[in-house]
Design a protein around this ligand. Sequence first.
Ligand code: C2G
Length: 447
Amino acid sequence: MVKVITYGTFDLFHEGHYRLLKRAKALGDYLIVGVTTETFDKARGKLNVIDSLMTRIENVKKTGFADEIIIEESVGQKFSDIKKYHVDIFTVGSDWVGKFDYLKEYCQVVYLERTKDISSTMLREKKRHIQRFGVIGTGRIAGRFMSEARNVSGVEIQSVYNPHPASAIRFAEEWDLNAYRTLEEFYKNIDVVYIASPHETHYDYIKDALNHGKHVICEKPMVLEKKQAEEVFALAKERNLIVFEGIKTAYCPGFHKLLGVACSGRIGVLKNIEACFTKLENPQHRELVDTKYGGSFLELASYVLLPVLKLFGTDFEDVRFETIDGDNGLDLFTKTSLRYPNGNLATVTCGLGVKAEGRLLIAGTLGYIVVGAPWWKTSYFEVHYEDPNKVEKYTESYLDFGLRYEISDFLSRLNGGEKDFCLTRGESICLAGLMERFMQEHRGGQT
Ligand code: C2G
């Protein structure tokens, strides 16, 4: 009996998939089809898969060509499957030519001609209207957003705006966009505004975009006052639009895995969180020069507070800030302590002018989770127990700048598929409240 194996996502099952399976079956007597899990697809950069794993399996089953269906959940599995199932022929579409030649040592590898003019991506784009984005702000993060957005299907970035036209033109040339001199012109032909301008300008840009009927993704910290956050969320709701705070860590798969393990009871009842993120900044840069809106807390606290709000919630009873300031009064290093009514404690640290070990530590009654730097791009963490020999290791992929996860989550929200699970409105409002409180205590209430 000749055993054949093939793999795929089979999202929005179409003619190309059907023809591939038919020909795969004809290559032998017994066909095994590996259907990818969502986690595996995310890990290999395939975001925005629409159909659930069950639906995709069901669709493969319906063709009647598969004698056995398995799931594919990790890189390297093909190799072990070939051994495990005594496979004679591995086959896949011609879009993969050469990519699986390394399997030739173990079985025959056949690339079948891909069916032209049909793909899941095309169907996804037809099903979901392409979201046209415009970018406000042209700094480093905006550039990263551009390169990441190109990895997410359903997004087309069209325009850029910067009150300094020369910067907008430079960015537009670099990324092949249209640069506009006025916001009115910029809003034409876009659905979503991505805001990556200086912190203090976010609030006005968000309101203006919403008032022009545009959805918003705004870089962190989204706004600097609690009532501003409440106001923009209320305005968005009233206008049936989405406002979304871009804290990249909140959307990345490794951080979700970490939250899952922390909440699972493996380390008992959670009691204490410590998080530290420092990034030595050039003293001439805005972050250490702008005495009103610079400093380590405004720049980095969104990251270090995130695990605390996700795991302990937003109802702390006390918060205290301690800072080491530079000559201009800006905080070079800030320690924030939070105490919760149930006795839980959190200490989070951020720094732009003092270097410390970037680490996230979540302590529970049975053990602790530790993530080394850069934990804010979570890709590896360990669980430790009283017995020092017992260590569990977890890995998850984190691709390039990691912004693709937040863009993909935003699109799912836009398409009605997801609630604000990764970063809730309540958490964003709480973060804005903490920014406000810090500024009141540390900048004499200037916001
Ligand atoms: N396919 C095809 N013609 C199309 C579209 C897809 O022949 N017009 C083939 C692909 O080449 C693949 C199979 O259908 O062999 C499934 O395609 P996808 O769902 O896009 O899955 P893919 O990402 O190609 O997964 O481990 C996963 C596999 O390596 C391939």
